[in-house]
Design a protein around this ligand. Sequence first.
Ligand SMILES: O=C(O)CCC(=O)C(=O)O
Ligand SMILES: [Fe+2]
Length: 333
Amino acid sequence: MSDAALAQLYDSLRAARQSFDRIPVIDVASLVDGSDPAGVAKEIRWALSNVGFMYVKNHGVAAETVEAAFAQTRAFFDLPLEDKMKLHIGNSGVAMRGYIEVFGENTDPTKTKDLKECFDLGPETPGVDVPFFGANQWPEALPEFRAAVYGYHEEMKRLAAILLRGIAQSLDLAPDFFEAKMRDPISIQRLLHYPPQTGKIDESVMGIGAHTDYGNLTILAQDDVGGLQVMNRDGAWVEGPPIPGTFVINIGDLVQRLTNDVYLANLHRVVNTSGRERYSIPFFIDADYEAEFAPLPGCVSAANPARYEAVTCGRHKFGRFVDSFPHLAAQHG
Ligand SMILES: O=C(O)CCC(=O)C(=O)O
Ligand SMILES: [Fe+2]
C-alpha cells in the first residue's frame, strides 16, 4: 500500500472506533500454522484499534507448560515472607529481577496502592548493567521453579514473535517489522499473586491500579478466579473473565505511540473480590533498549498530526518503572 492509502486506512480506523462490552476472542491457528495470516491480521486490526485487548485461542502453547508455571507460581508465593524478601528486587539494581512485596510497586502511584505481590525474571545476561538486563534471582527452596518458569518465558518469546508478525501485518507493515527491532529485546516474565479483598473497595487499594502497559506486547495467563477489567470508550470497566485455553493479549504504550493512537494501549486494572487467592502470569515483550519508536509515517496525516515525540524503548520503559517503584525513585527519580 502507498503511504497515502495507508493514511486513509488508518484515519478510517480511528474514525470508526467503537465502544465495546466484551474483549474479542481470536482464533490464531491459521497465523500460527501460516495458512491464513491475513485473515487473522484482519481480526487483530479490529481488536487493537477498538479494544487494545484480545483473547487468543489455538495459540499452540501446551497446557502443561502453563500449568507447570502456575504450580511453581503458587509454590513460590506460599514460601515464608522472610524467604521471599531475601530475593527482593532491590538486590538486583537496574536489572529489576526478584520479589516485590504487597504495596511495593504501585502502577497508579498517585491514587492506588497495589494489593499484589510479584516475582520478576528475564533473559539471563549476567554482568550486563543496562536496565532490564542482568542476572535472575532463584528461590533455592523450589528445585523445579527455574526450569518451569524460565521455560515458560522462552515459550512466550516464541508465541510473541508469531503474534507480532500478525500485528505487523494488521498494520500493513512488513511481517518482520518488529523482529527487526528485536535483536536483544527487553522482556519481563512476571508472576503475580492477588490476595482477595473484602469490605468497601475504592481506588485507594486494589489488586493493581489502573494503568496501561509500558512496552510493546503483553501475553497474560490468568487462573480461573477473574478480576481483570478493561476500560471501554465510555469509561466503563469491562470484565476480562478467565476463558480456559486462552491468553489475554494487549498492546502497550510503544505500539500506541508507533501507530499515533490508531492502536490503543488501553487502561486496565485488577480487583479481586472473589474471596479466593488469584494468580496470573503476564509476559511483557518490548524491543531492543535503543530501538526508536516514533509515529509511523503512514499513521500521520493532515487530519491526525503526530501526537508523540520519538522515544527509545529502554528509556521510556525505565522511566515508567522509576515512577512505580519507590526503591528506584530514590536512586533514579
Ligand atoms: O493480573 C492481571 O490480570 C493483569 C496484570 C497486569 O495488568 C500487569 O501486570 O500489567
Ligand atoms: Fe497491565
